[in-house]
Write a protein that binds this ligand. Structure first.
Ligand code: CU
Ligand code: CU
Length: 366
């Protein structure tokens, strides 16, 4: 940051740097000595969210414009196009050195001529106390001009959907990997807002599910080493699940602001440098909590309880969930049967319909 002094709590500021040459980044060193940065995210962009020196990039705001409480800065996303997250710092995270021989390529050649750094200022009381205080938090990149034998990349799994009030809800996503070169995952990151309890990601090969990473999104959301080095090959699937808990009185939907929720699982992987561009689509999105997402259609074997249960509770949510899914299937079957058995001569009421099929059923409230 080029010396900022945010006064409003939870301010997200962005600044961009243009890369005129080609650089191969091998390590990220967070600059956070002042202790004012809650988190720092470095993203490669095809186009930055704004051409201003500093802008307000409060997480993916739905609309652009001027945030009145931070009127100094224009509101815009991190990138206007081509978003590739590369590094995330949170709470005392150490520098991230990529595995031997792996770099992130940036510059025009990689369609990432801009690096954008986002700093989250959660607590701003020091800036209010001292008008002259300025902050320079950011990320130092360690890079070379020499191409490396391996290139880093990021795969993002995410869902749309809703977490009903007073519920524990699974949000799931799965996609067939459509690249033409194996991905070698080496780090992962989870991201939700306040309702996320557990986020896990898997490599699915036939019926075999292998955990890539599992995390509590309420802990610092940085990149952690993978639990298994499960290579993702063409023909495999990538799947992710978020266990969400909503104790509020109203439903919470996936959306763009801090008041909404998010279910994100990031995989940091490498591919052979000569296979650049063959790593397929780097995003896997499932709508409606992933209810249509193929790999999760039947509760898969090998999905550990730790990916399905809220930590600190004995609630075997998995069992409950299975029952719910079965109940849904039974309902569907019943509906089907009713349709087949009952050919109305005149339009009956729904009530008559039920009475006829289930004469011993007690009174029903509609
Ligand atoms: Cu933060
Ligand atoms: Cu978010």
């Amino acid at each position: 940051m080029p010396g900022v002094s945010p006064k409003k709590e939870d301010t997200y500021l962005c600044t961009a740097a243009k890369i005129d040459d080609v650089r191969y980044i091998s390590a990220f060193v967070p600059k956070h000595e002042s202790g004012h940065a809650h988190h720092i995210i470095l993203t490669g962009c095809t186009e930055p969210g704004s051409t201003d020196k500093i802008w307000n990039c409060g997480e993916m705001q739905a609309t652009s414009g001027v945030d009145k409480s931070n009127a100094k800065y224009k509101v815009a996303p991190q990138c206007a196009s081509g978003t590739r997250m590369m590094y995330a710092y949170a709470m005392e995270a150490p520098p991230l050195t990529l595995p031997e021989g792996v770099t992130f390529g940036v510059g025009e050649k990689f369609h990432l001529p801009y690096l954008v750094v986002q700093v989250h200022y959660k607590n701003t009381k020091d800036f209010k106390k001292d008008e002259t205080l300025k902050d320079y938090s950011g990320v130092k990149i360690v890079y070379q001009h020499q191409p490396s034998p391996k290139l880093g990349g990021i795969h993002l799994s995410l869902t749309g959907g809703v977490i009903p009030a007073h519920s524990v809800t699974y949000m799931e996503t799965s996609c067939a990997y459509n690249g033409r070169t194996p991905l070698h995952p080496f780090a992962f990151r989870t991201h939700t807002h306040s309702h996320g309890r557990v986020v896990s990601g898997y490599r699915v090969r036939g019926k075999q599910w292998t955990l890539i990473g599992v995390g509590n999104p309420q802990l610092p959301q940085m990149f952690y080493p993978v639990n298994n080095s499960a290579t993702v090959r063409p023909g495999d699937w990538v799947a992710a699940r978020c266990v969400m808990e909503n104790n509020d009185d109203k439903d919470v939907a996936i959306g763009a602001t801090q008041k909404d929720e998010m279910c994100n699982f990031y995989i940091m992987y490498w591919i052979k440098a000569e296979d650049f561009g063959k790593d397929g689509e780097q995003m896997c999105y499932s709508d409606f909590n992933g209810l249509n997402s193929e790999a999760w259609a039947t509760e898969p074997a090998g999905v550990a309880d730790l990916s399905s249960t809220i930590p600190g509770t004995d609630k075997m949510f998995r069992e409950f969930y299975k029952e719910m899914r079965n109940a849904e299937d039974t309902m569907d079957e019943l509906a089907q049967e009713m349709e087949e058995q009952f050919e109305p001569e005149e339009e009956p009421t729904f009530r008559e319909d039920i009475d006829e099929l289930y004469p011993e059923a007690g009174p029903l409230d509609f």
